[in-house]
Design a protein around this ligand. Structure first.
Ligand code: C5P
Length: 237
């Protein structure tokens, strides 16, 4: 894969106009955008098609977590929107993940479209050891991440969303044939914002990330396209 195919820019804005304006500014340098809960909840499902009209791929970051039947129905519904990637919570359990993976493969075959890759979110990076203990997830969070990544693979998912601190260990444990998408990435020249355990684009790729997700260092830059080009340069290893 070329570096340009490995950069996903998070469109964390609250209107279609802002999202499309940013995608249009970036589309010569960026081929993949992430639509998260804010944008999806503000604009509805048609925002996926609108971003795809710019010629770019979409990672739909909605993190489904519910009973298997409900997640299956939501997963089938988003498959029809043809994102390249969407995700769900591994904490929803093996059965939820397996049934979603099967239903999405069936739906994609029925529609004769490319099956979206399904990623698992393991442990939210916003949860520290204390917060995890409070919700009954004891022990070492890194072990929990690796255990859940293994469960996601067994259930037929394509990969995981992983923090830079976990990327290397997941790559080592899961092997090459498992997607790792890594947010929390900051070039050396950018401010960290509220990200804590950050890595540079180069380090994330070197540790085994297939894709990196970057938002504000690009979208809040005075010249977003120039910032994207600088990051692409840093991704070349
Ligand atoms: O602006 P920034 O580069 O921090 O954006 C990163 C994006 O990745 C945001 O949309 C954020 O929700 C998402 N994300 C993250 N850390 C995670 C999972 C997702 O920053 N552990």
């Amino acid at each position: 894969m070329n570096v340009i195919d490995r950069l996903i820019v998070a469109l964390d804005v609250d209107s279609e106009d802002k999202a499309i304006a940013m995608a249009e500014r970036l589309k010569s340098d960026v081929k993949f955008f992430k639509i998260g809960l804010e944008l999806f909840s503000s604009c509805g499902p048609q925002i996926v098609g609108r971003i795809k009209e710019t010629g770019c791929g979409v990672f739909l970051d909605l993190k489904f977590h519910d009973i298997p039947t409900t997640v299956v129905k939501a997963a089938v519904a988003v498959t029809k929107l043809e994102p390249l990637i969407f995700n769900l919570h591994a904490l929803g359990g093996y059965d939820m993940m397996r049934r979603a993976a099967e239903a999405v493969a069936d739906e994609a075959a029925r529609l004769k479209i490319v099956k979206p890759k399904i990623l698992a979110v393991t442990i939210l990076t916003s949860l520290d050891e204390k917060a995890l203990k409070e919700i009954g997830v004891g022990g070492n969070s890194k072990e929990a991440v690796l255990r859940l990544a293994g469960l996601a693979k067994k259930a037929g998912l394509d990969g995981v969303v992983a923090s830079p601190a976990e990327t290397k260990a997941i790559r080592e444990k899961m092997g090459g044939d498992f997607l790792i998408v890594t947010p929390g990435v900051r070039p050396e020249w950018a401010v960290a914002n509220d990200q804590k355990r950050i890595a540079t684009p180069k380090a994330a790729i070197r540790d085994g990330a297939d894709y990196i997700v970057i938002g504000r260092p690009i979208t809040e830059s005075k010249n977003p396209a120039e910032a994207a080009r600088a990051i692409l340069k840093e991704m070349e290893i």
